[in-house]
Design a protein around this ligand. Structure first.
Ligand SMILES: C[S@@+](CC[C@H](N)C(=O)[O-])C[C@H]1O[C@@H](n2cnc3c(N)ncnc32)[C@H](O)[C@@H]1O
Length: 245
């Protein structure tokens, strides 16, 4: 993205928990002479978003992108949830865009639903980005990722949530660093935690789904995952642009 900004009019900050990815990305930025404007730092975005974004001079953050988070099937806790929505609402200035995407419709739906459910007083669909002709419709029915949990009484869900997931049923993306925790657990030994709120959030029916998914990447540069998903394997990507009110 920084490479396309020939006037060097913006700064770009990437955040990830996986250090090897960050070292590689910083190497690419340095090799292109972009280190002054492009940087990648190691942080748990859920914990650190408010501190990092809130400390940017003049609070002039224009765009936050949450791109290809680990999909529903692989997450113990989701990057996007009540906590991150509240943190972004606190620090982002009016007009700042929030771009969400995933190659899994359930994951993209989950993120969008979290922003709508927990943050619709602060965020809305970016109507300019979601102009007629720029979108395709959301699926009428989403295949639940954990059908064993949906529609069951809360107590039963809680019991199921503490058991380990069945193996071998996952298709699609694998986080590049292998097993990734959000920093609040102990990695592969951590028991699976399926939050009741998360289960409900996938089924939640809000209004923002009517805006559909963006047909094209609106931010001008693909991530590494996007190069693989969209350009190499021609899979569908589900994108939504929000804006801070
Ligand atoms: C599927 S990869 C996508 C990487 C990159 N965004 C892309 O589109 O190519 C998901 C990434 O999310 C990172 N991640 C997971 N939880 C995170 C968290 N709490 N804070 C920051 N990064 C996180 C993982 O380390 C992993 O690199």
């Amino acid at each position: 993205m920084g490479h396309n900004d020939t006037a060097r009019s913006s700064n770009y900050l990437g955040i990830d928990v996986h250090k090897a990815l960050l070292d590689r990305a910083n190497g690419w930025a340095a090799a292109r002479g972009l280190s002054g404007n492009v940087s990648y730092v190691q942080a748990n975005v859920v914990v650190s978003a408010a501190a990092i974004l809130g400390s940017y001079p003049g609070r002039r953050v224009r765009l936050v992108s949450i791109q290809y988070p680990d999909p529903q099937q692989r997450r113990r806790r989701h990057v996007v949830g009540r906590q991150l929505v509240a943190a972004l609402a606190e620090v982002l200035p009016p007009g700042c865009q929030v771009y969400l995407n995933s190659d899994f419709e359930d994951t993209a739906t989950y993120m969008r639903n979290c922003f709508e459910c927990f943050g619709s007083q602060h965020f809305e669909i970016d109507a300019a980005a979601h102009a007629p002709g720029a979108t395709f419709p959301c699926s009428a029915m989403l295949q639940p990722v954990r059908p064993d949990l949906v529609g069951r009484p809360r107590a039963a869900r809680a019991n199921a949530a503490t058991s380990r997931p069945e193996s071998g049923s996952v298709s699609g993306s694998e986080s590049e660093g292998g097993s990734v925790s959000d920093g609040s657990g102990s990695g592969s030994e951590e028991a699976e935690i399926v939050d009741e709120e998360e289960v409900d959030m996938l089924q939640w029916r809000g209004r923002w789904r009517e805006a559909g998914w963006l047909l094209r990447n609106p931010v001008g540069a693909p991530t590494e995952r996007e190069v693989y998903v969209e350009l190499a394997t021609k899979q569908q990507v589900y994108r939504v642009m929000l804006v801070r009110r």
